[in-house]
Design a protein around this ligand. Sequence first.
Ligand code: ZN
Ligand code: FE
Length: 242
Amino acid sequence: MPIDVARIPVLSDNYVWLAHDAASGETAVIDPAVAEPVLAAAAERGWTITQIWNTHWHPDHTGGNAEIKAATGCTITGPAAEAERIPTLDVQVTGGDVVTLGATTAQVIDVPAHTAGHIALHLPTEQVVFVGDTLFAMGCGRLFEGTAEQMFANMQTLGALPPETVVYCAHEYTQSNGRYALVAEPDNADIAARMAQVDAARTNGEPTVPTTIALERATNPFMRAKDAAELAERRAAKDAFR
Ligand code: ZN
Ligand code: FE
């Protein structure tokens, strides 16, 4: 039985995700920025939170850990390399490790660059990947604790997942990313077409994520960068882009 994924918009532009496995009754929260809306969203659906998965230490991904754990007794899993910065962690994982949600398996992928220990969680049987702040719709995370070479490698790794894989990222940054993507690749008709849809969705207050690996391969200037130097150039240009 496939897992159900629910979106919880919190703060100004964060998305917290709930992944629910009906067969086992397990529910994982991915990157809880805050607790209260997450507990409410789970209760609304009759889901009991049994796990938290953190992709990286930033407070807008871990801020709800302690309160959700106090309310539910859930187990908190996150990057071993950031354990000191996530004092609420119960289980430390690193690339190649496996996390389970009922009978469903999530593969841990190391994607350092936005933060030094950032991980992604790929559920191959579900064709789903939770990428935190590493890959965004038409964008990538800022290089706070790593290099363009690392982010380029991350884009290759994630870009090599099956094209139909659904990508759950942690922020609604698509419109801003798309404005830059149009400048980075002015002749890319797929970007222009996507931006028309994104603008319409945002005008109606609708979300633009999840995305897919196929869509990112076609429209993401960071995944499409030919080498680390081009990614670095594009990342610097986006950082300065208004
Ligand atoms: Zn972050
Ligand atoms: Fe974030």
